[in-house]
Ligand binder design. Structure first.
Ligand code: GMT
Length: 395
């Protein structure tokens, strides 16, 4: 099959999943065309059957806000025509699914067509999509896709709830890991022993957006560090990084916290971690938690969104109420000070990630979906008439 993939190419779970899906599809013999404004961060420079088409928005001075969604639609239209793509797979609803609908409308004017598959990742539904300015276009773009997937049951249900889509078929296809890559035996931990100084390694990876509650990561760590001497390794960057740095200073743990910034290859870092913290108040899936589990790192986090579908509380990690840093710290300290318990949870996490979220299984589910969609376009049942949500009434 010939598949176009559009995603946010910068750091973030949806871009990571989209890129790894494309790479895996190409390895299975499909032709994959990435259409986006920059080379996706996890995409190597050359792979057989993988192509990258850059979207150029231009710089006309009249445009205070250059219309990326239109430039993307034009590029999608061009790539589908030139390469006879069967499917355009959009990761993150807006603007990608909207641009795909425009591209498809242009193609249909010329007697051509393409199937549009949209994967919902999280904040496209739980935050951005529910803003007054974006609600109607998100709903429209979901309805106009031939097939829609969500990365967790939580996100599927949230889509139905927020957009009033009672009859449409949102299929859950979870995120996945490459078990050969996320294997703690395979890597050498890149942080030197004289930096670690025998401390246990606690890790957090995110884009440091408010939803991640990175102050809670530092707060949880500071409490763990009182019981078990530890080092907190913070990977990623974003608007709340300064808050996390300030929290570390206020709690007097700065010398035990390292901020590494954005890093592409996280598997070697996870291979040396003893505990992973994910304290978000909304997390549709938690790809970084899955990558940690696959690397044999127990996860301690907040019982929010789809994270309980990934982390089995008490078996592959521990989940506590959002914001309850005391409980998270107690769970973390217990794990780090009981070698037998740690080994049990670490092994259970690595095994469960392989059993439920292996690349081989999940990529097969996407392939089956494409085949079904191309053979017999899914007619999404029209969404029932519903009042527009307002920000004062998000229910
Ligand atoms: O906020 C992020 O972590 C980035 C965001 C994205 O779109 O890149 O992540 C969302 O998609 C990931 C991949 O499916 C999920 O693992 C994350 O849970 C989800 N983030 C949120 O729901 C906050």
């Amino acid at each position: 099959m010939k598949i176009g993939i559009t995603c946010y190419p910068t750091y973030g779970g949806s871009g990571a999943v989209a890129t790894e899906l494309g790479i895996a599809l190409a390895a299975r013999g499909h032709e994959v065309h990435f259409v986006t404004y920059a080379q996706p961060f996890r995409l190597p420079s050359f792979l057989p059957r993988v192509y990258f088409h850059e979207v150029d928005v231009g710089r006309y001075p009249l445009f205070e806000y250059p219309p990326y969604d239109l430039a993307l639609a034009v590029r999608m239209h061009e790539v589908v025509r030139e390469h006879q793509l069967d499917v355009l797979h959009c990761h993150y609803a807006i603007p990608h699914a909207t641009s795909a609908w425009i591209a498809r409308s242009m193609l249909r004017e010329e007697g051509l067509d393409v199937r549009v598959v949209t994967t919902l990742h999280g904040t496209d539904i739980t935050i951005v999509g529910q803003e007054r300015s974006f609600h109607a276009i998100t709903k429209f773009s979901i309805e106009k896709s031939h097939a829609v997937t969500a990365v967790s049951e939580y996100l599927r249900d949230e889509t139905y709830r927020a957009f009033g889509c009672v009859g449409c078929n949102v299929e859950v296809i979870p995120n996945f890991i490459d078990p050969a890559l996320y294997d703690r035996q395979r890597h050498r931990f890149p942080i030197p022993a004289d930096v670690v100084q025998g401390r246990r390694v606690v890790m957090h990876i995110s884009n440091f957006r408010p939803v991640k509650r990175v102050r809670d990561v530092v707060g949880t760590f500071a409490r763990i560090n009182r019981d078990v001497p530890s080092l907190l390794v913070m990977i990623g960057d974003g608007p709340e990084r300064v808050e996390a740095e300030a929290e570390a200073r206020e709690l007097g743990v700065s010398e035990h916290v390292m901020f590494l910034g954005k890093i592409d290859a996280i598997a070697p870092l996870l291979a040396g971690a003893d505990l992973f913290l994910l304290t978000s108040d909304k997390e549709s899936f938690g790809l970084s938690a899955l990558e940690a589990m696959a690397s044999g790192v127990p996860v301690v986090g907040a019982r929010a969104g789809g994270l309980p579908e990934v982390v089995t509380d008490g078996v592959t990690g521990f989940l506590c109420d959002v914001g309850d840093v005391e409980a998270m710290a107690r769970a973390g300290s217990r794990l780090l000070s009981d070698r037998a318990a740690w080994t049990r949870v670490s092994q259970a996490a690595a095994a469960d990630a392989r059993a439920r979220f292996s690349e081989a299984t999940i990529v097969g589910q996407y392939e089956a979906l494409y085949e079904r969609t191309v053979r017999e376009p899914l007619a999404l049942t029209p969404v029932r008439a519903m009042p527009a949500l307002t920000m004062d009434d998000p229910a």
